[in-house]
Design a protein around this ligand. Structure first.
Ligand SMILES: [Zn+2]
Length: 131
């Protein structure tokens, strides 16, 4: 019988022992790291990012904790744990609605105008609003 292993890590513990994992995103929420395929566990919003066909096949970095047995538990979406690389530069994965000027961190329709948001990587620590 397959048991679903999901556990919550208290926020205080994050940071210590948390380290990023970098590799190529494969379909089915997997990351190819070297010659190993790691299964990625995450919340629903992060899962949508992992299933974004614009990111599949590209190099990604995810923050979280190794969950043993070829698994990696990604931090919650509120920590913005997914990074992509644009010309070698590490950029946070985010999405942008050009109509409403709203930034989100999970792909799909804009909650305001229902248009599909555009993939818009941004440098970490830049504000959510465009200048
Ligand atoms: Zn919108």
């Amino acid at each position: 019988m397959k048991r679903r292993v999901l556990f919550l890590i208290p926020g205080l513990l994050l940071g210590e022992g948390a380290k990023p994992l970098r590799g190529k995103l494969l379909p089915g929420r997997k990351l190819l790291v070297g010659d190993k395929t790691i299964s990625l566990l995450s919340d629903e919003a992060v899962a949508k990012v992992l299933e974004d066909e614009r990111l599949i096949g590209t190099e990604l970095e995810v923050e979280g904790l190794a969950a043993g047995d070829g698994k990696f538990e990604i931090d919650g979406i509120h920590t913005k744990p997914v990074y992509t690389f644009v010309q070698g530069e590490r950029m946070g994965v985010s999405y942008w609605c050009e109509i409403c000027y709203i930034r989100t961190y999970s792909p799909g329709k804009c909650w305001c105008c229902q248009e599909y948001t555009k993939l818009d990587p941004k440098a970490p620590n830049t504000p959510d609003r465009k200048p």
